[in-house]
Design a protein around this ligand. Sequence first.
Ligand SMILES: O=P(O)(O)O[C@H]1O[C@H](CO)[C@@H](O)[C@H]1O
Ligand SMILES: O=c1cc[nH]c(=O)[nH]1
Length: 244
Amino acid sequence: MKSAWYLGYSQADVGDSALLAGDPDRVDRIALLLDDARPMPVKRGLKSVTGTYAGKKVTAVAFGMGAPIATVVLHELADLGVKSFMRIGTAMYFAPVAPGDFVLSDRIACFEGTSRSYVDDVEAQRADAGLNRAVATAVAAGDAKLHTGTFATFDAFYRDMFALDAQTQARVDANRTMLAERGVVAADMETSALVNAAAALDVRFTSLCVGTVDGVTRAKLEPEAMAAAEHRLFTTALNAITSL
Ligand SMILES: O=P(O)(O)O[C@H]1O[C@H](CO)[C@@H](O)[C@H]1O
Ligand SMILES: O=c1cc[nH]c(=O)[nH]1
């Protein structure tokens, strides 16, 4: 049976759908919501678990940060037969999003380099409409606010998204103005590449994130509010992806 090079496991170890998280600790917390959760050996820091939710087999994998490794993980899982993917995590947000709201990808604004290896027109693809409908239905069952719109994705966090010095601040401010003009609701480091890789590999993909950093003021969501939002995020994502 085929085994994935970097993840190190095979088709028998994965479900039909997968949640892609950045932080490995999130995989541990997702595992607590699964029945029969079975962790896979961690390779290169890539932590994975497969279990069942609502009777369906689901895999959750942590890729760390950034588009190149996130697409390696999606590509290997797609090659093992996983058909539906959702990135879940955090994103910088823009008006009218409020801290702790959900942001869901639709169109993409691409400022990363990985997409070009998958598609020619890097902004032509959209997140999967069926997955987005499933997310909207799952969100409607609770009291969270959902904003569906354009996700912008960058490679260089401390050059394009968040400044640690005055010179970079001017660059980040210019990006912010440009994102506002494009009506972007969220910015992260993976979504556009994952949308494009998924399109090229003919699998379903969307990103569902909690808005945690204000794109204008840089204010961060407090840890207690983040913990509650993260739990809502996990249950919403699991309900949505297992409803397909
Ligand atoms: O969704 P999480 O893992 O929180 O990741 C987000 O945070 C990291 C940078 O702040 C990027 O990887 C971004 O996409
Ligand atoms: O500022 C932020 C917050 C979360 N994710 C990002 O990529 N940027």
